[in-house]
Design a protein around this ligand. Structure first.
Ligand SMILES: C[S@@+](CC[C@H](N)C(=O)[O-])C[C@H]1O[C@@H](n2cnc3c(N)ncnc32)[C@H](O)[C@@H]1O
Length: 395
């Protein structure tokens, strides 16, 4: 009975392309026909129900397509299609050593999702535009496939459920083994490709100091992409990364070893452990102040470590502190999802936290916190990074 009802839900979808199929007036995407509500003032508007049903089923489709993207990324399917021109499912399966029937189904689904093109002869192609988003991790700022982790581990979901009762969130370390690596791939394109070419050159005198040899501290360094990028680009400078997540620090150390860097080290401690040496020339806080239980105390520690002529560069989520204004962002619900599942969890992982969460560090809040910590100036930069704003903070 239950199965029949589920089928009824799905099969009632009218498909415009199926012109030979009889359409039934009143059917909405993903729902059975609803009775005409015009004669029943107590019933909700049936068109509004259909519209909401469409929205909700589109989230379900997003869940499925997200999993398919993860599979394609992990199985190397996008990479195998990158620059290969039109390919058949047989040749792609042979190239990747995978089962042809499953590869064929994946390709059809990708074509349905418009992530690959399907040609009239039945072959499939990853176009240059699709490659930039799905395959070209090394060179494309728009590479996005690495952000798809294939879902959340069941133990982490149990932890999220529990946090709603206890009010105590999960640290990044507790958010599952894939969290640190997934984040590094999500933020990686901007950290690797835009940092040295666009972001650092926009800051007053920073590149000159880095070229001459500067002390750089990366607070909340995660898997070390930013710190290793700076260490690699400025061999006379020294970079020290701090992060309380052992998993993230392990990945950062592996990364610096793989890159053969001698001028970077990683310490598995939080911002409060950064010593007050007043000698750092540049301190970075990338996408992490809003994750900290006490960003106010972190900024005080950072002020203590920074030289009076040094620069703090904060990268944080583009938000305004006003829900209605933020609602213009078509991805706002995704950012709230990141908050509940990750950022606010980390921010609430200790008692007496400020509980900022993903959207909580808007420009005004940062200015307040920076001023309280003893900084004199906050200059906001917009590098057209869709998700983030950047702040050059000085004494
Ligand atoms: C979203 S990740 C960003 C990592 C990295 N900066 C990047 O851009 O990819 C946030 C990081 O903040 C770290 N974090 C959380 N609380 C912290 C604290 N009190 N001090 C320093 N880092 C912290 C987490 O462990 C996590 O690695």
């Amino acid at each position: 009975m239950y199965r029949l009802r589920c089928l009824d839900l799905v099969l009632s979808v009218p498909v415009a392309a199926q012109s030979d199929r009889k359409e039934h007036k009143g059917y909405g995407l993903g729902m059975a026909p609803t009775p005409d509500s015009s004669d029943s003032p107590t019933r909700p508007d049936s068109d509004a129900i259909k519209a909401l049903s469409f929205t909700v089923w589109s989230y379900k489709m997003g869940e499925q397509v997200s999993l398919m993207i993860h599979l394609g990324d992990r199985l190397g399917l996008y990479r195998a299609m990158n620059g290969a021109g039109p390919v058949s499912s047989e040749s792609l399966a042979a190239d990747t050593n995978l089962n042809e029937r499953l590869v064929q189904e994946w390709l059809l689904g990708q074509a349905a999702a418009k992530l690959v093109d399907r040609h009239d002869d039945g072959r499939f192609e990853l176009t240059p535009v699709q490659s930039a988003v799905m395959a070209d991790e090394e060179n494309s700022l728009q590479f996005a496939a690495g952000a798809f982790r294939g879902g959340t581990e069941p133990a982490t979901i149990d932890g999220l459920i529990e946090s709603f009762s206890t009010g105590t969130g999960l640290t990044y370390e507790q958010q599952g083994s894939a969290a640190a690596a997934g984040l590094a791939r999500m933020t990686g394109p901007w950290s690797r490709l835009a940092l040295t070419s666009t972001i650092l050159p926009a800051l007053n005198g920073v590149v000159e100091k880095l070229e001459a040899g500067a002390l750089v501290i990366d607070v909340g360094c995660g898997a070390g992409v930013t710190a290793t990028t700076i260490a690699g680009a400025f061999p006379k400078s020294t970079c020290i990364g701090y992060d309380p997540s052992e998993t993230a620090i392990g990945l950062a150390r592996d990364r610096s070893q793989d890159l053969g860097l001698k001028n970077v080290e990683f310490i598995s401690q939080g911002a409060d452990a950064v010593p007050a040496t007043s000698d750092a020339d540049l301190i970075l806080c990338f996408d992490c102040l809003h994750d900290m239980p006490r960003p106010d105390l972190a900024l005080q520690a950072i002020r203590g470590a920074l030289s009076d002529s040094g620069t703090l560069l904060v990268k944080d989520i583009r938000s305004s502190g006003n829900f209605d204004r933020d609602a213009k962002n078509p991805f706002l619900a995704m950012f709230y999802g990141f908050s509940i599942s990750s950022c606010l969890q980390s921010a609430m992982s200790e008692p007496d936290s400020l509980a900022l969460g993903t959207l909580g560090l808007h420009p005004e809040r940062l200015r307040e916190l920076a001023s309280e910590a003893g900084f004199g100036s906050v200059e906001q930069h917009d590098f057209e990074d869709a998700a983030n704003l950047y702040y050059e903070v000085t004494v």
